[in-house]
Each structure stands twice: as C-alpha cells, then as structure tokens.
Design a protein around this ligand. Structure first.
Ligand code: 5GP
Length: 126
C-alpha cells in the first residue's frame, strides 16, 4: 500500500518493528540517533537504509518536528555510514521517497544509500 504524503505515523510499520528488535536486520551502523541496515531487496551493489530512531513519516516531517540535535545526529550518521561502506572516494547517491508519486512503501523516514558502482541516470520515468 503506497504511503500518502499526509499519512500519520503508524508505529506498526516495518521499520518501527526493526527498531524495536521485532524483525531482524543486517546492521551497518547504529548510534543514539540512527540505525543503518542493508535493504532486503537491493537495487544497487550497495543499498543501505538509514533511519532515525524517532517516529517520523518523511523527510519533511523529520525536518519539521525533530529537535535540532536529532537532525544533526541523523545526518552525521548518514555520513558515517558512507564511510563505513567505503563509498566516499567513488561516490554514492542518497534518496528519500515521499508519498505516492515517489512510491514510498514504508511510512518511517529513511534515506537510501546507493553505491558500489555506476548508478546511471538519476531517475527514470515510470
Ligand atoms: P521506500 O519505497 O519506502 O522508499 O523504500 C522502502 C525500502 O524498504 C525498499 O527498498 C524495501 O526493499 C525495503 N524494505 C522493506 N521491508 C524491509 C525489511 O523488512 N527489511 C529490510 N532490510 N528492508 C526492507
């Protein structure tokens, strides 16, 4: 079921369950602000998801409601993840989907980290 841009936070979403330890994940990095883990259906040689620990539906929701320290901590974690994955020299792509047209599936804000090889064009028309 696609997530609309206006859905409220649902604490039964799959990433909330991963954060609670109810579902296993392949963790890359964790700190007080963020958890990073491999995507279950990778779309690039490296495909990792970075999620904040707090309950935010989307990037805009996160920016609007999270305390400044959580926002700073989250983005620092994204940078650390790129380093841990060895992507800094060759580069990588960050992507966050919001709502129906973007095909957002999970209503917990997440940043996709893609890398490990040339990534092609930025978007393809559906
Ligand atoms: P979205 O389309 O919401 O931006 O991306 C959701 C991502 O979560 C997809 O790339 C999908 O493969 C991934 N995903 C969905 N369920 C799980 C899961 O249970 N574990 C992991 N590791 N990834 C998941």
């Amino acid at each position: 079921m696609p997530v609309t841009g206006l859905d409220p936070y649902d604490d039964q979403n799959i990433f909330a369950r991963i954060l609670r330890g109810e579902i296993p994940n392949r963790t890359v990095y964790e700190d007080e602000f963020a958890l990073a883990f491999h995507d279950i259906a990778p779309q690039a040689p490296v495909h990792v998801l970075v999620i904040p620990k707090g309950p935010y539906v989307s990037a805009v929701d996160f920016a609007a409601r999270a305390p400044d320290g959580e926002i700073a901590g989250f983005w620092r974690a994204v940078g650390r993840v790129a380093g841990i994955l060895g992507l800094e020299q060759e580069g990588y792509r960050l992507l966050s989907n919001h709502g129906i047209h973007a095909g957002q599936e999970v209503p917990h804000f997440h940043v996709h980290v893609f890398g490990g090889g040339p990534l092609g064009r930025m978007i393809q028309a559906a």
